[in-house]
Design a protein around this ligand. Structure first.
Ligand code: EPZ
Length: 416
């Protein structure tokens, strides 16, 4: 079990290249099965979740050539319409392969993706959306058997702006007959990137980024070249790392507009963030004042994927902050670990009350999930003394060699 050993208390100074977005590249990889032509994708981050998705695609018959951060994928001959259950268990977001396999094969089978570290992760909204498009979905002994032979464009109203459900319906609709309108669609930037990709393949999709997405089905899609957007959650993570440790970092490849809700919550008197010529410059001193409250919301609200990292920041800022997690039911698993470091946090249900402390003390802590692990890494950077973060395989799912990124800006962190 790999660990990070971190010597805290160092300012961060230097340049960080923002990696490609995990939550954009996963649905884009799923979309590659929608054509039998070759697709070249650049800026693919080197992540465990990407490897998991590649393994699933290969089982379906997709060939994948890797050259650094570039992939060449081709679904020339699909050999199966069944998403392999053992592999799908490793990557629950493989559920949006349902839409793309249905789009290509007009039928699909997938094992029910289980819950994960942060919640039950039901897929009822996905299933309802596909059924609205006349897909026959049969749930039997833990599997979903989908018959899309009569799939047609429809108005699909999502009960909740689910990111994955929005993507699944988009992927099923692009090769369906007629027009599909997704109402109450998720508005995340990754949805816009998926629309950009599908359009590059010849699909007729518009409205991504708003709550209504229009898809005009076409008969065939073609290959394309595409570059994945930067990862806004990594960007927010590095902004918080700089605000926690103090220093001056430059983020290359990010877009400040995509972390606007985070920037609004940081104390402007101690953390200056400005964007110039496509780079983001952060100048920060430790000990900023906490905002009174942070509440996670669907985009453009405060992202749930930055909640844990923000808790680490709030634990070391002045004043009290009330953090409310409205998206997932079990996303405070980093709190007991931060408490081992001296954080003053009390959790009642989905609300954490965080009273900023003058310092945190290094300790041995354990990552319980991806973003909670990132939060512990950040807390260790700013804590006094040595912190050991155990079970960092969770962090490898979403961050590309973070210890290298942080070492390059002055952090004392090693992987053992
Ligand atoms: C995506 O997950 C992201 N993952 C998550 O990032 C992110 O936290 C989440 O969107 C919210 O922004 C990927 O894109 C691969 P949802 P997704 O469907 O699509 C409930 C990370 O750390 N729901 O918008 O699964 C669900 O339980 C990961 O990078 C239903 O009830 O999120 C949750 O409470 C974590 N029924 C809420 O909606 C459904 O059918 C939001 O889920 C679907 C979802």
């Amino acid at each position: 079990m790999s660990k990070y050993i971190i010597e805290g208390g160092n300012r961060l100074e230097g340049i960080i290249e923002v990696q490609g977005a995990k939550n954009a590249v996963l649905p884009i990889f799923a979309a590659c099965v929608l054509t039998d032509e070759e697709i070249r994708i650049s800026n693919v981050p080197d992540l465990a979740d990407v490897v998991s998705m590649e393994n699933i695609l290969k089982e379906l018959g997709v060939t994948i050539k890797k050259n650094g951060r570039e992939r060449i994928l081709q679904a020339k001959d699909m050999i199966s319409d069944e998403i392999p259950s053992e592999l799908a268990k490793e990557l629950r977001s493989s559920v949006f392969l349902l839409g793309s396999v249905l789009g290509r094969m007009k039928k699909a089978t997938v094992a029910y993706p289980g819950g994960c570290d942060i919640g039950l992760r039901p897929i009822d909204i996905h299933i309802k959306g596909l059924r609205d498009m006349n897909v026959v979905v049969e749930e039997k002994s833990g599997y979903l058997y989908c018959d899309g032979s009569k799939m047609i464009g429809q108005e699909v109203c999502l009960d909740y702006p689910s990111v994955g459900a929005t993507e699944n319906v988009m992927l099923a609709a692009v090769l369906s007959t007629g027009e599909t309108v997704i109402c109450n669609a998720a508005r995340e930037p990754e949805i816009i990137d998926l629309q950009r990709f599908l359009t590059a393949m010849g699909a007729k999709v518009r409205g991504a980024g708003t709550s209504r997405i229009f898809i005009e089905g076409v008969a065939k899609l073609h290959g394309c070249d595409f570059t994945v957007m930067p990862d806004r959650i990594c960007m927010g993570t590095w902004v918080l790392a700089t605000a926690l440790c103090g220093g001056e970092t430059v983020l290359k490849g990010g877009r400040k507009s995509e972390i606007h809700s985070l920037c609004c919550k940081l104390d402007k008197s101690s953390c200056h963030i400005k964007e110039e010529n496509g780079i983001i410059v952060i100048k920060a001193e430790q000990g900023g004042r906490n905002p009174e409250r942070v509440t996670t919301q669907p985009y453009p609200g405060f992202p749930t994927d930055l909640q844990a990292q923000f808790c680490a920041y709030a634990a070391l800022s002045r004043g009290t902050c009330v953090v409310t997690e409205t998206i997932f039911e079990n996303r405070f698993r980093h709190v007991p670990e931060l408490q081992k470091m001296g954080a003053d946090i009390t959790v009642e249900g989905r609300v954490a009350v965080i009273r900023g402390m003058p310092y945190l003390t290094g300790a041995e802590v354990t990552a319980r999930d991806l973003r909670g692990g990132a939060a512990l890494m950040l807390a260790g950077l700013a804590a006094q003394g040595k912190t050991v973060v155990c079970d960092i395989k969770h962090i490898d799912r979403g961050y590309e060699h973070p210890e290298e990124t942080l070492k390059n800006v002055g952090a004392k962190i090693i992987r053992v």
